[in-house]
Unconditional design. Structure first.
Length: 236
C-alpha cells in the first residue's frame, strides 16, 4: 500500500493544513467516478460523479479522510492494464482543491510490464464547480473571480452555433488571437475594438473560435487557419 504521510516535512505540512480546512468540503470525501485518472496525463479539467456501489468499471477517484487520494482505472477484463496514481490533496476552501502526486503504478495480469514511479509533483489548484449532476475540477490560479469568468466563457463558447451567423472574411497574418482579431472588418461599425480584449479561444473542426469582450458585451470571431482568413460573426 502506498504511504507518503510523515516521509518528509512537506507531507507533514499537508496533513496539518488539511486538518484545518477539511470541514470546508466534507462532501468531497469518498469514491467518485471520474473521466480520467488524475496525474497520469497533463489534463486541465476533470468531471466526476459519486460512485454507485453496483458500478465497478471505468475510472475511480477515492478521497480519503487522512488527506490521501487514489485515482485508478477499473478494467472490465482482468487482462487489461491497471493504472493507479497516489498522492495527497488539500481542500483549500469551499471552491478550491489542490493535488500533489506521489506515486504512479502500472500493472498487468501477466506482470511483464509492471512499473512503479515514486515522485513528488504538485498538480496545482483546481476549481470545484458543481454542474448539473456532476462536479467539475478545473485548473485554476486560485482566484475565484477568474474561475467564474472561465465558466462563463466556456458556456458562451458552448452556446455558439456558426450556422446562425454571417461572415465577412479578411486576410490575416496574425500569429496569435490578439493579432488575428486586429484584422477583422466591422462593416456595421458597432464594435469599438479599442475597448475589446480576447478572453478565450477554442479550436473547432471548422476553425478557431475567439471570444472578445467589450465592456459587458461579447463578440465571436472565427479564424480559418488553412486559408489565413478571419471574420467577425454577425448574427443573422
Amino acid at each position: 500500500m502506498f504511504q507518503s504521510i510523515s516521509k518528509n516535512k512537506t507531507a507533514v505540512f499537508l496533513v496539518v493544513f488539511f486538518s484545518i480546512v477539511s470541514n470546508a468540503q466534507s462532501n468531497m470525501f469518498g469514491d467518485w467516478r471520474i473521466d480520467n485518472i488524475i496525474g497520469i496525463s497533463d489534463i486541465k479539467e476533470y468531471s466526476m460523479v459519486k460512485q454507485e456501489e453496483n458500478n465497478r468499471s471505468g475510472h475511480l477517484l477515492t478521497l480519503n479522510l487522512d488527506g490521501t487520494f487514489v485515482s485508478r482505472n477499473l478494467p472490465q477484463c482482468g487482462n487489461d492494464t491497471f493504472l493507479s496514481a497516489f498522492g495527497n490533496f488539500i481542500v483549500i476552501d469551499d471552491t478550491h482543491i489542490r493535488f500533489i502526486l506521489r506515486k504512479t503504478s502500472s500493472r498487468s495480469y501477466n506482470k511483464v510490464h509492471n512499473l512503479e514511479s515514486d515522485l513528488s509533483r504538485d498538480l496545482g489548484i483546481f476549481y470545484i464547480y458543481k454542474d448539473s449532476g456532476s462536479v467539475r475540477l478545473i485548473a485554476s490560479n486560485g482566484v475565484l473571480e477568474d474561475d467564474k469568468n472561465k465558466i462563463l466563457y466556456t458556456k458562451l463558447m458552448d452556446s455558439f452555433n456558426w450556422r446562425l451567423y454571417d461572415f465577412v472574411w479578411n486576410n490575416t497574418k496574425g500569429n496569435n488571437p490578439e493579432e488575428i482579431v486586429k484584422d477583422c472588418i466591422d462593416l456595421e461599425k458597432r464594435i469599438d475594438f479599442s475597448h475589446c480584449k480576447v478572453v478565450f479561444s477554442k479550436k473547432e473542426n471548422y476553425g478557431d473560435v475567439i471570444l472578445m469582450q467589450e465592456n459587458s458585451n461579447f463578440h465571436f470571431v472565427i479564424y480559418d487557419d488553412f486559408k489565413k482568413k478571419v471574420s467577425l460573426a454577425y448574427p443573422k
